[in-house]
Design a binder for this molecule. Structure first.
Ligand code: AMP
Ligand code: MG
Length: 488
């Protein structure tokens, strides 16, 4: 099993708590492939025991037996403040199949549940399920979602809701918070075990470096720098970038009050509970860097073992300084691709930033703007570019289009090839909040069809799928804004 730390300070054997009369709400055949699950023509597991397993009602199927399910201990910083021990308060790791960990979220209390009930509501499970699978299809590293199992079990949040269990799959669910946990306990032996486990299973090439732990730290930073650049490029806001929600593998994880940008607002706050805007869109890179600084303090005792305190601090500080560089490189590469630029020009960053500023000022829909930009033709007259109609300051955007067309001319690409490349990076379909909410509203009436529609649609986000054109539109202006908070 990938999580091989043992001992009371690291994890606790925890059996899921059963839910009455479980039923399938959603299932991802694509995620099922990761664990080589046999499916019936219905698209559901051919062995009916999987329903009971993924509900948390049994620990065995005809092919698998998960006799030692665990909840793991981690700590973390929440909203910039040290929160002490947290841990899997409602997640239970069943075990590993084919190098992938299978975890149930919302399967009942664990010793880390604190005041919580260990459950997840249907609403938040649908959001996590759909977004995990949508992110995967966008090409963004993420934990995966296998299924949602529903039940009539009542769960109290602001109102009474029903419980659901979302099964998640990842090579590892280890978080920055796991490092912070053992570092805060000054348990260096466990810290070392944790780093060794990550190197053994996920970062094997670190062993070829003179300082494997320092290299591990650097690689975790780089993965997360690239990840956050990918988020920015599709307008994804995570919502709760606490250090306990940051993956040691650089995966997007713990989907809660996330949101994709509709209108481009650089300081958009997707989490209704985030009043200060700590996790606003434009702050995500800086916050990820901050989380890597939390990780650095977790790594300090490991580096100190070979280099002593002062040198270890210098080495980690220097490694941390590489984060903004890695982030900027990825961000620039992605936004160049979004504009269809295949060469580099020193004015490109200014060109991108001027566009984003204009989009912000005019609140232009982020996803559809970039998607439609691929249709521009090199010799086109500026006043025939329909996208300019989305901007309030025409002369400003006209100047931008003129500069953009001039920049395209300096490249040798033809319009057709460029459009194809651009459509492969600028998705047509994203999981807009109002689309997820429509699926949730139906599901709460026991109609799960819209979840399936979205799962299929978002599995090909870069394809035209013309019959679904309306799903690519920004939310109707008269639709109440969907507010999402930490409540889940
Ligand atoms: P989150 O904000 O979902 O990342 O959760 C932060 C911490 O609270 C984690 O340790 C979770 O396991 C725990 N937690 C969140 N919701 C619940 C719940 N309903 N029951 C038990 N623990 C929870
Ligand atoms: Mg979490």
């Amino acid at each position: 099993m990938a999580f091989t730390l043992s001992g009371d300070d690291a994890c606790q054997i925890t059996h899921p708590s059963p839910i009455p009369h479980p039923y399938w709400v959603a299932f991802s055949p694509s995620a099922a492939k990761l664990i080589q699950l046999n499916l019936a023509p219905s698209g559901l597991p051919s062995d009916p025991a999987w329903l009971e397993l993924l509900a948390g009602n049994s620990l065995a199927t005809s092919t698998h037996n998960f006799s030692n399910p665990i909840a793991t201990a981690y700590s973390g910083h929440q909203f910039g403040v040290w929160a002490g021990q947290l841990g899997d308060g409602r997640a239970i790791l069943l075990g590993e199949i084919n190098g992938q960990e299978l975890q149930l979220k919302g399967a009942g209390k664990t010793i880390y549940s604190r005041m919580g009930d260990g459950r997840a509501v249907l609403r938040s499970s649908i959001r996590e399920f759909l977004c995990s699978e949508a992110m995967f299809s966008l090409g963004i590293p993420t934990t995966r979602a296998l299924a949602i199992v529903g039940s009539e079990l009542a769960v109290r949040r602001e109102t009474l809701e029903t419980a659901a269990v979302c099964s998640r799959i990842a090579p590892s669910f280890i978080r920055i918070g796991h490092f912070e946990h053992f570092a805060s306990l000054q348990n260096i032996a466990r810290l070392k075990e944790l780093a060794d486990l990550l190197i053994r299973d996920h970062y094997y090439d670190c062993l070829q470096h003179p300082d494997p732990y320092l290299e591990l730290f650097k690689q975790i930073c780089v993965r997360n720098a690239k990840l956050v650049a990918q988020w920015q490029a599709v307008g994804f806001c995570h919502g709760v970038l606490n250090s306990d929600n940051i993956s040691a593998l650089g995966l997007t994880m713990d989907y809660g009050p996330f949101g994709f940008l509709d209108q481009f607002e650089i300081d958009h706050i997707c989490n209704h509970s985030d009043q200060g805007g700590r996790y606003a869109y434009h702050r995500q890179p800086q916050i990820m860097h901050w989380n890597m600084a939390c990780l650095a303090s977790g790594f300090l005792p490991l580096i100190e073992m070979t280099h002593g305190e002062s040198k270890a601090q210098t080495m980690l500080r220097q490694a941390l300084e590489e984060f903004p560089v890695a982030y900027a490189q990825s961000w620039q590469a992605l936004f160049r691709q979004k504009l269809g630029l295949q060469t580099q020009d020193e004015q490109d960053v200014a060109l991108i930033e001027r566009l984003l500023q204009a989009m912000h000022d005019s609140k232009v829909d982020f996803t559809s703007f970039f998607r439609q930009l691929s249709q521009i033709e090199q010799g086109q007259a500026i006043d025939s570019i329909s996208l300019r109609d989305h901007f309030i300051d025409r002369s400003l955007i006209d100047q931008w289009f003129a500069d953009y067309l001039a920049r395209l001319k300096a490249e040798s690409s033809n319009d057709f090839t460029r459009a194809q490349l651009m459509n492969g990076i600028n998705p047509k379909y994203i999981l807009r909040n109002h689309l997820a909410q429509a699926a949730i509203d139906k599901a709460q009436q026991h109609d799960f069809s819209e979840i399936k529609v979205l799962l299929n649609l978002l599995s090909k986000p870069y394809d035209e799928q013309a019959e679904f054109d309306t799903y690519a539109l920004p939310p109707p202006a008269d639709l109440d804004k969907v507010e999402v908070s930490c409540s889940s």
